[in-house]
Design a protein around this ligand. Sequence first.
Ligand code: UTP
Length: 289
Amino acid sequence: MNRRVRKAVLPVAGLGTRVLPGAKTTPKNMLNVFDRPILSYVIEEGRAAGIEHFVFIVGRGQGAIEDYFDAAPEIENALEAKGKADILAEVRRDLPKPGQMSFVRQMAPLGLGHAVWCARDIIGDEPFAVMLPDMLMAAEPAALAQAVSAHDQVGGNIIVVEPAPEGEAHKYGIVDLESQTGRLNRMRGMVEKPAPGTEPSNLFISGRYVLQPEIFPLLEKQGKGAGGEIQLTDAMAELMKVQPFHALEYEGVTYDCGDKIGLLRANVAFALRHPSLGADARAAISGLL
Ligand code: UTP
């Protein structure tokens, strides 16, 4: 029986350069996608996968994230007094129970690997998820739930992947598979931004992982890699020498909210599918074309 995945690490301490100036005073992952911050969707996805504790790796000036996941008595009391029960429910839906979230300062954005390493003491000795919150994944079951099911099935480490757009594989971290049958395949390796024409597959690493705690000592001694940053990919490549990794091609659609056009796509897509405002959104968007 594989150990249950109960905790997720959400690294949010990056500078969000590609969505400046929007991310200058609002943390990137607090930017809105239609009517909610990006993080609201990601937490919902994590809960659907059975995550009980979320560990945020934050940087300076990101206090808005903690405040968002805390009670807001002034707003809540005002809504209650006015009888606005539906808005109140919306405001409260993302709230954790006390003790279900931790916030760790990364202190300097030294890279994704370093960010994950900052969670080591809170994760302890159990398998855990990593969710890159700027990747919004619309999926049923939720993308992370698909990864957790794969972990229940084969154990070890799971990396969620998806096909790169035609001719764009060289822009991503690409997985190398032992063989490809179905959606869950044992990995042989991975390469960060392979030279065009040398990609071992067209499947890129898209932002959800289940990792074993043995990654932490490897991250601890991991030097700087591509871009002068401490890369999670490098430590995973080390761990792969001693533990199995599987790539899971998940079923769903990814929106990369880390750049302006991706964020726009997410806004349009989530507006269109909104249960009560979708039809009005469609009319408003069509009117612009
Ligand atoms: P990205 O490179 O996509 O995010 O890192 P970024 O650095 O914010 O974006 P740009 O390139 O400047 O526009 C993937 C995730 O890892 C986090 C980011 O916040 C993002 O959610 N991250 C990255 C950290 O938490 N710490 C780091 O040192 C680097």
